[in-house]
Design a protein around this ligand. Sequence first.
Ligand code: FCB
Length: 458
Amino acid sequence: MAASDAREPLPQFPRDFLWGVSTSAHQIEGAVDERGPSVWDAFTAVPGRVKDGTTAAVACDHYHRYREDVALIRELGVGAYRFSVSWPRVLPGGAGEVSAAGLDFYDRLVDELCAAGVSPVPTLFHWDTPLALADEGGWLRRDTAERFAEYAAVVAGRIGDRAKKWITLNEPAEHTLLGHALGQHAPGEQLMFDALPVAHHQLLAHGLAVRALRAAGATDIGIANSHGPTWPASASPEDTEAADFYDVLLNRLFADPLILGRYPEGIAELMPADDIDADLKVIAEPVDWYGINFYQPTKVGAPLPAATAAPTEFSGLTLPPELPFTPREIEGRPVTDFGWPVVPESLTELLTGFRDRYGDRLPPLVITENGCSYEGIDDQRRIDYLDGHLRALHRALEEGVDVRGYFVWSLMDNFEWAEGYRQRFGLVHVDFEDTATLERTPKASYAWLRAALRAQRA
Ligand code: FCB
């Protein structure tokens, strides 16, 4: 018997716990010529930006194959599907004229999901800013937040009768850090700490969109932020200070204003606002739930003396030496193909830590992404990863943290941003070599999850 068959069944989750899988538009849709251009199209056109030299022009061709993909979701037995709506597919110029074909696509997708008994959970922004808006300054401009709210209303006007759960933004922290501070994601800006306005404008966009969605009749609105425990490399004051700083950037810069209505100390002064209190009021517009994307904890220390000369390679990123912290290796743990350490119990730590930090102010939580990159169709290591994280999540429930759902990243292998197609996160394998078929093959982890969900319902 394979080791995975011998494991204990998962503990029972609450009956109404929401199970789902996640994807995002740019990573799966393809059909690039059937929408307006986004920053990712421009970014991937520059040689050297994507490690394997690929683009998402075809990706999984989900735009044309969505029926097959919805059938896979239905067969898996999850209750919900988190996808993202491509802003430049709906509004090719970012604002103004709406593309009928673009909106029709999401209309068909939502119908197909509903017919399959799967709840559609649209995310309105998963990093694919319309190029026309980026050319005018993108997220460095306050206007982009206003345009986003208009776009949110357009989408809600079309699919809001069937989409009953919404996500405004995906990981504004990564979009700020990777896209605008370090330049390793689109739009490729290397502004370092001058990228902070991008954080503020995304937060503002979120708050304005919550209002616009509610005005359009939408309910059950959340956001998907990436978070992870931050461990100081040692108890020294230098390492602790560096880890605290990293914790502010990853965990508090977005969560504090959303949940508490204020920025961590010293940040508000750096944000571009005529009236910061008024902005914070918009940003803290109450959400119905708070989404967490979780992959790994990070060990952080003071900048290394040797690092003052050379960039550090970390989890697929190249970090410049001038950062006031250095991520350190977490030793003695298995790593995924991406080099990310596998530390399931740190999910319990993260969730109880959120509860302890925010107390009664914390909205109900949903894990909006969790998963791992491994090659192969017999992906026992993905099963181990998911099994371990679900047990850790269950422990947090036992400790009284209010978590209402869990979405695996990802339904299928897809375009993993600057990594191209070489990091495979899917429960379903996609044959990117054979572009005529792009054949989908459910992996061992898909069968495992389907069986685990059946057992939950038994
Ligand atoms: C998250 C992103 C998602 C995917 C996973 C692996 O940061 O939201 O699109 O790239 O990581």
